[in-house]
Design a protein around this ligand. Structure first.
Ligand SMILES: [Zn+2]
Length: 480
């Protein structure tokens, strides 16, 4: 029954009786989130036309809406969808392939052959490897509660964008560009002119994506594998098409030394002087930074993707995230590829990322749980220039959200909801439902777009055949 006799309004989806963490938008300068007091312990949320139209206590919303679909969400927490700001789906085929192999050897023996295969396939007009990689990646991302992902790939045919649409995920598709042969790069198989022509096609394809859910960004690989000319060209193209830029920055000490030797500047200062940095730039890693570099990132509005598990596994160093946050730089969270992580669990990345900052500063109060959770949600949205429409649960914002089970043994007892979510939750066990643009894309831990186990089996069988035919070693664990 509607209040005061008014009839209930029709909505698409009503989620009832959940603990809701709205994470109310804070001023852009301070990355603070509304505290635990803002949690609705027995809340309901109404969604219509892909947007959140109401959000209040379950009592207040009772009878106000007639929903096409009502979800009884008792025993779960509703959070904004997680935003993974750095990944490479193709390399997920390399999950578990690297442990103590030196980085350069792993690149030469394991990573380069795969990327080379993808680039040659593209030149031959065969998109199946990238299509399978994108299906595999979207499957794991959505089941892990990731509603928006930044996926940086080598030559990808525009038809691969169909896979994101089919999955229902929000994606920022980045095309890697290189014109310097730093790692004997397989990307060099495709001429720069060819890559830039492909970028034009991807700009057009992504700008016509369903619901605008796929965006394009230019990806000059890193400061050591793209020339100054290419960085200048990318800046002009990004301005012209009004799309963003994403790349690896200040990731390794060797790379940092190269730039110092060549230009007598830090990588951040070098790119700043080229006019590359700006609010449309998201830089992954940013480990090797001076205080002046942090100031330049803040001044230019450049955002940073923090990938703590990759930094630890590859022994790259510790990004000064606490300093960046203090300086007002927007920092988001990323899992990086499963070749160097080796999962897409952003809960784990929040936990590990916070712990790493604490131990590196010997300050236990650095990067508290709520700030880690904010990096994985609103921080990601802001880093992508989407903070007005994504990243928190507010009336008018897009309905990208997840339901996280609170009943698992590992989650109990709950002494502080945010702390328990960040320090106890597991993407693989606890993500029960995922909603993107108001559409349910994961329900009861299963994808709605396709059968997840079948997609994984198909991708493995395909990769097994391709790797075997190319004379590469294939693990006996691959399904055929
Ligand atoms: Zn990367």
């Amino acid at each position: 029954m509607g209040a005061l006799g008014t009839s209930p309004a029709d909505v698409d989806l009503l989620i009832e009786h959940a603990a809701i963490l709205p994470m109310v938008n804070a001023p852009a300068a301070s990355l603070t989130m509304a505290g635990p007091d803002s949690i609705l312990y027995d809340g309901s949320l109404a969604i219509d036309g892909g947007r959140i139209v109401d959000l209040a206590s379950a009592d207040q919303l009772a009878g106000r809406y007639a929903a096409t679909r009502t979800v009884d969400a008792r025993g779960t927490a509703v959070l904004p969808g997680l935003i993974d700001t750095h990944h490479h789906f193709l390399q997920n085929f390399l999950k578990g392939s690297r442990d103590d192999l030196p980085f350069a050897d792993w690149i030469a023996q394991i990573s380069s052959p795969l990327i080379g295969m993808a680039v040659r396939d593209y030149l031959d007009g065969d998109a199946e490897l990238q299509r399978q990689a994108t299906r595999l990646g979207c499957t794991e991302a959505l089941l892990s509660g990731i509603t928006c992902i930044v996926n940086m790939e080598w030559a990808t045919a525009p038809e691969v964008i169909d896979v994101y649409e089919e999955a229902g995920i929000r994606a920022i598709h980045v095309l890697t560009l290189t014109d310097l042969d730093q790692w004997d790069s397989p990307g060099m198989l495709l001429s720069l002119d060819g890559a830039l022509a492909l970028a034009e096609q991807l700009v057009a394809r992504c700008s016509a994506s369903q619901g605008g859910r796929v965006q394009f960004r230019y990806g000059p690989a890193c400061e050591n594998s793209a020339s100054a000319d290419l960085f200048r060209q990318v800046r002009q193209l990004a301005d012209h098409h009004r799309v963003g830029i994403h790349f690896h920055l200040a990731e390794s000490e060797i790379g940092w030394q190269n730039i110092q030797r060549r230009y007598g500047k830090t990588p951040v200062r070098y790119l700043h002087d080229l006019g590359l940095l700006g609010p449309d730039v998201l830089a992954a890693h940013c480990i090797w930074l001076s205080d002046e570099d942090i100031h330049l990132l803040k001044e230019t509005g450049t955002s940073v993707s923090y990938n703590p598990e990759c930094h630890m596994k590859l022994a790259l160093g510790i990004a000064p995230v606490y300093k960046m946050l203090e300086a007002g730089v927007v920092v988001a969270l990323g899992t990086d590829t499963c070749a160097v992580n080796d999962n897409m669990d952003l809960f784990e990345a929040m936990r590990v990322g916070a712990f790493l900052q604490k131990v590196s500063t010997m300050e236990p109060d650095v990067l508290p749980a709520y700030q880690a959770l904010e990096m994985a949600t609103l921080g990601g949205a802001r880093a992508l220039g989407l903070g007005d429409s994504l990243g928190s649960l507010e009336v008018g914002k897009k309905a990208d959200l997840i339901l996280v089970d609170l009943e698992g043994v590992h989650m109990r007892p709950i002494n502080h909801l945010v702390n328990n979510l960040v320090y106890c939750a597991s993407a693989a066990h606890d993500v029960k439902m995922v909603v993107v643009d108001g559409r349910i894309v994961v329900e009861d831990g299963a994808l709605t777009a396709w059968d997840a186990p079948q997609a994984v089996a198909e991708a493995e069988a395909y990769a097994h055949r391709r790797f075997r035919d190319a004379g590469l070693a294939v693990s006996p664990w691959y399904r055929r």
